[in-house]
Design a protein. Sequence first.
Length: 389
Amino acid sequence: MEPEPNSRVAQHVRSLPRSGIRDFFAIVAQMPDAISLGVGEPDFVTPWHIREATIFALEKGRTSYTDNRGLRELRREISAHVETHFGVDYDPEDQVLVTVGVSEAVDLALRALLNPRDKVLYHQPCYVSYHPGAVLAHGVPIAVPTRAEDGFALDPAALEAAWEPGCKVLMLNFPTNPTGGTASPEVLGRIAKFACEKDLVVLSDEIYSELTYAGEHVSITTFPGMKERTIFLHGFSKAYAMTGYRIGYACGPADLVEAMMEVHQYSMMCASILSQDAAVEALRHGADSMARMKEQYHRRRDYVVRRFNQAGLKCHSPGGAFYAFPDIRSTGLDDQEFAHRLLREQKVALVPGTAFGADGAGFVRASFATAYDKLVDAAGRIETFVNSL
Ligand code: PLP
């Protein structure tokens, strides 16, 4: 007898909402002349010296497993980098874990920390994997709403209001995907105080930190009482244009890093040695190439924000990351309709805001990690579309 469709799939996996953007981008993939501002990855290829380090690693026959924690050489580089740029010192022996991207680090942290039904607070709109990540670790995700009127900044008062007994973890992401929002030291200080009061473990996803355009990025780990309760998550995908390498890391208190290591060693074992060698090169010599890419993003940001506003779509200037998040409510369309019609009528792909949670309703995400001439073309088409409504 044929099993019922899906009956063999675990309930918590079945409960995950189907991603609307998968269908949407399946359509985009069939349209070769569409301009996609949809994907969250740099349009640059990885800088040549980093690719060369990968080639050299292969030439030298470096094709083995590594220590589960990652190469010692890389952990030392990470520790030095985090101390220099974020002002927190982690022991490379037992407070640093090399992972398969920040994606794996988020999954490991949630699986290592959560007992069934433990609650996870996160601010919304947010990166698409936080909610499912908590569900897959048998936790209960609790979204803290952020408001368009505040530029989607996380209001500590909203965090306090969303808290309930059983909350164990707080996930933060500054600069934020999809809004480009950053948090001021004052706000971070209030969140830190709250995390201490409620004894929360903070997962701080700082993957976009180098791509901060206004002022200095400040990590919540630097606030009193936070190093002991924060797992700092970072990686190479965005700032060094290394998405395909799948390499990231977690730094935190030794007991929590050890627990993540347990899960990692039985699931992933280790990150690819080739990617680890490339990551060493990125940390040692990648600063200049990163700065050059950042300069391009900065220029593109100013351009797309100006063009969205000129087209009548209110758009704040994102403080970080490479996403603009314009308000499309003035068009009378909802974000799904807007994105679908724009794709059909003008062949430009943007991501509907609700893909990042209900609080993204009425907004769309446009990635400006896209070549400048394509942005110019896309901006023209968007303006034509808006004028036609
Ligand atoms: N965290 C955020 C906020 C992201 O936007 C992304 C990718 O878009 C990731 C994590 C995943 O990063 P990685 O490529 O290191 O797995």
